[in-house]
Design a protein around this ligand. Structure first.
Ligand code: AMP
Ligand code: GLY
Length: 429
């Protein structure tokens, strides 16, 4: 590998991958960049290749044929399926920036994550894991809690596996239904949790698995589809960074009680982890607690984290994947970034696809990170998913950045376009 010309294969097709590709493309150390499969916008930064992120054999062929030096999995599926271990065992020499299959269990199994936190004294909600055989104990545990009740499918359920239920009878019933396969195999084990009340934020860490780590810009995403945090959960309708309530004192607690025990706990357990850790945190009266781990960057958080990250992302990820982060810098630019997601009407339920998107060329104040877009045979950009395009802007203040994103959103149009008008509202004035 020529460290000044690193050939990168990025896996995924969302707004997160657009933001990663955008940042990678600015790196002086980048050789070639491919995105598999990418979307209607990622070809501005590299070459899209039609390979599924979980098709390891096809990826291996591509790596061999094209001299890929570094694979960056954007989403969790290939990580949970063991892409790191696959290429460790493969005769093809290539780095993978991400956790091993064992490490990916922090996201792939909520039960594993809770037990890991328990072993390392990491603050999180009280819980009990339940299987069909222990349903009755689950009900007893529910009865010791007060409403609302939190029920989580142990395995990956496309972001839908968490139920928050106000009524005890309904919670008992839902527990039974989950164990009987409401989320397929993913809910054969259910984690029951105490409900925590507070404001959430997303903290991202890059760790080389050998003791070095960097804390990346902190973000907050807006998960509900409706204004005022109402309606169904989505992947995320917008994000801001920094998060005003996350001050130095809070971050010092996060680092001491959560980040270090996590990084050191993984090492102590011999779990290979060379990649991003996403800490979904909640601020409970000034004390940080972990809601969940993810083993990848967040979406749409990445669309505000990457613009604020100062540093050479290719170098950072090569060194991470080599287990040798050393003193490679990853500073945070103080200027805020915000992103507003334009989605297809109907999302997160069903929605039409193939709608022509217009006005993209008129946007000058924001970066448009494509998510669910594609190009039709004539080269028009069309909608191809629920979350369509994220408009990211910078500003001296969050308010100024938001004004820019909203002006940009106003210039882009497609049939059924919807977005939240209140992203970051609580941080204005
Ligand atoms: P998760 O998939 O674990 O992130 O859960 C989805 C969402 O459910 C989180 O972002 C929280 O808003 C909420 N949630 C999960 N666990 C809890 C909890 N123990 N207390 C309160 N809210 C929770
Ligand atoms: N925005 C939350 C996530 O990426 O899971």
């Amino acid at each position: 590998m020529n460290p000044d010309k690193v050939n990168v294969l990025l896996l995924g097709s969302g707004g997160r991958e657009s933001a990663l590709a955008w940042k990678l493309s600015q790196s002086p150390s980048l050789g070639k960049l491919w995105i598999a499969p990418g979307n209607g916008g990622t070809d501005a930064y590299g070459v899209n290749v039609p390979i599924k992120p979980t098709d390891f054999e096809a990826i291996e062929e591509f790596v061999k044929a094209n001299g890929v030096d570094l694979i960056i999995p954007g989403n969790e599926d290939p990580l949970v399926a063991g892409i790191y271990d696959y290429f460790e065992a493969s005769p093809v020499e290539v780095l993978v920036a991400g956790p091993s299959r064992d490490g990916a269990r922090l996201e792939g199994s909520k039960e594993f994550a809770k037990e890991f936190m328990g072993r390392h004294g990491i603050p999180t909600a009280r819980h009990l894991s339940v299987t069909p055989a222990t349903y009755n104990r689950g009900v007893e545990f529910l009865e010791t809690l007060s409403a609302p009740y939190v029920l989580k499918a142990d395995g990956l359920a496309a972001g839908k596996g968490v139920l928050i239920i106000n009524d005890l009878d309904e919670a008992r019933k839902a527990l039974g239904e989950m164990l009987e396969g409401m989320f397929g195999d993913a809910s054969a084990t259910v984690v029951i949790e105490e409900f925590l009340s507070g404001i959430e934020c997303s903290v991202f860490v890059l760790t080389d698995g050998a003791g070095e780590y960097r804390v990346l810009p902190v973000a907050k995403d807006y998960k509900r589809v409706g204004e005022g945090d109402t309606g169904l959960n989505t992947g995320g309708m917008g994000a801001v960074s920094p998060v005003p309530f996350v001050d130095d004192e809070f971050m010092a607690k996060v680092e001491e009680r959560i980040i270090r025990p996590t990084v050191e706990g993984l090492r102590a357990e011999g779990i290979v982890y060379r990649g991003f850790i996403f800490l979904g945190l909640i601020n409970v009266g000034g004390e940080p607690m972990v809601i969940e781990y993810n083993v990848r960057m967040g979406d749409p958080e990445t669309e505000v984290v990457m613009p604020r990250l100062q540093g050479d992302l290719v170098k950072l990820l090569v060194k991470t994947a080599q287990g040798n982060l050393g003193d490679e810098p990853a500073d945070t630019d103080p200027q805020p970034a915000v992103t507003v997601m334009m989605v297809s009407g109907g999302y997160p339920g069903s929605y039409p696809k193939g709608k022509k998107i217009t006005g993209l060329e008129n946007v000058t104040e924001s970066v448009l990170f494509h998510a669910g877009t594609a190009k039709d045979t004539e080269g028009n950009i069309i909608t191809a998913g629920g979350r369509v395009i994220a408009a990211t802007s910078r500003g001296e203040t969050i308010a100024e950045a938001l004004e820019r994103s909203y002006r940009s959103v106003g210039l882009v149009d497609f049939d059924g376009k919807y977005y939240r008008r209140d992203i970051g509202n609580e941080f204005i004035n």
